[in-house]
Design a protein around this ligand. Structure first.
Ligand code: HEM
Length: 354
């Protein structure tokens, strides 16, 4: 084995064919353009590799605690790559818009739209075709097979969360206890607004109305039927049981049993946030490179990309859950027996002997 053969460098380094050179219309920056795109596709390949391995773990009937550490670790690796590829945009931005014009027309109709790996990744994470921003009624080129949608990471995570055993224990009903605390908190907030001497009558009414909206939001958590209406209207995507389980994990994440699930959920939020960051960053770069011209793939360009950055998040429900967090000091305390079940039980040799 040697370095050149192992990495197949002869193949790899012969893949940078400049159109400008082939057509004898020299454009120095095309080499950078090709290499940056190729490097992205390699990173997409690595991200897909990690995501596939995580999905394999969640496809099993039972996900054991040990594999959750691995899942969190691999998702964090994806996040690290994402941060890195957001930074890479700056390398391409050393090409000025005028230099890009030297070869842009030679690329039509090639476009990032045709990045099959990018589409596959979006779909594997859980972006459904109906969630996508449409542009002039066109359908996507090279869309991944629809069956990918029904077994996405989103779907697998939802199933896993729905199986959390701690929502209704013999001696502790999470929802009933949590509702008591929320009602207390809202009552206290109401008192604070009504008793605030620096607020005008108008200001008070506005804040009380906002508090009513908050109360209404909470109602959906306490009532499966209201929640189901939100699911139907598309305001929520995560199932009711999965949403409650995530809330439980976020609220009681200090309990050892919830630490790994908490890291997994946090990594999913990070991943979504960094994809969105990439999309925003890419759309900004496109704006400065081509202004408001349409893209080589036929979209409105910058405008389409900006809208897709807003709309193409997958784990929005996990972001929204922060609405329902209450301070640790106001959380319902868990019965001793349940606390014991949620901790890692360990007794040393000496303790056993004594
Ligand atoms: C000069 C630099 C770039 C310009 C001007 C540019 C322009 C565009 C435009 C206008 C679109 C919208 C589709 C269209 O109408 O063609 C697009 C989509 C896309 N581009 Fe770029 N791009 C650049 C660099 C990159 C790089 C470095 C990547 C890395 C892989 C990339 C990946 C993508 C992907 C994946 C899409 C599809 C996004 C989606 O549909 O959400 N682009 N690009």
């Amino acid at each position: 084995m040697n370095y050149v053969d192992y990495l197949q460098l002869k193949n790899l380094l012969s893949c940078q064919q400049m159109e400008s050179e082939r057509l004898a219309k020299p454009a120095h920056d095309e080499m950078l353009f090709i290499i940056v795109h190729q490097v992205y596709e390699l990173w997409f390949k690595q991200i897909l590799f990690e995501v596939d391995s995580v999905m394999e773990i969640f496809e099993k009937e039972r996900v054991n605690e040990e594999s959750l550490g691995l899942v969190a670790h691999r998702l964090q690796r994806v996040v690290t790559i994402q941060k890195h590829i957001v930074d890479q945009i700056a390398v391409l931005e050393t090409m000025t818009p005028l230099d890009f014009l030297e070869f842009r027309d030679l690329l039509v109709p090639a476009s990032g739209f045709q990045s099959f790996q990018f589409r596959l990744l979006e779909t594997k994470l859980g972006l459904r075709s109906r969630d996508r921003v449409s542009f002039a009624g066109k359908t996507l080129e090279k869309a991944p097979p629809p069956e990918e949608e029904s077994k996405s990471l989103f779907v697998l995570i939802d199933r896993w969360l729905s199986r959390t055993p701690f929502l209704k224990m013999r001696d502790f009903d999470f929802l009933i206890n949590y509702k008591v605390c929320v009602d207390k908190m809202l009552l206290r907030d109401k008192g604070l607004i009504e008793g605030n001497p620096s607020l005008s009558e108008d200001g008070k009414q506005r804040q009380l109305a906002a508090l009513e909206v908050t109360r209404h939001n909470f109602e959906a958590l306490f009532d499966r039927n209201i929640y189901d209406e939100l699911l139907k209207s598309g305001e929520r995507r995560m199932s009711y049981d999965a949403a409650l389980a995530s809330l439980l994990i976020f609220l009681y994440r200090d309990r050892p049993i919830f630490q790994q699930p908490f890291h997994v959920l946090t990594a999913l939020v990070d991943m979504d946030e960094w994809f969105t960051t990439w999309r925003y960053r890419h759309s900004l770069m496109v704006h400065r490179m081509i202004g408001t011209k349409i893209g080589t793939g036929g979209s409105s360009g910058h405008d389409y990309l900006k809208r897709s950055a807003d709309q193409h998040k997958v784990f929005t429900d996990l972001f929204d859950l922060s609405t329902f967090l209450i301070p640790r000091s106001q959380l319902p305390s868990l019965p001793k027996e349940l606390q014991r079940k949620m901790d890692f039980i360990y007794s040393s040799e000496e303790e056993r002997a004594s």
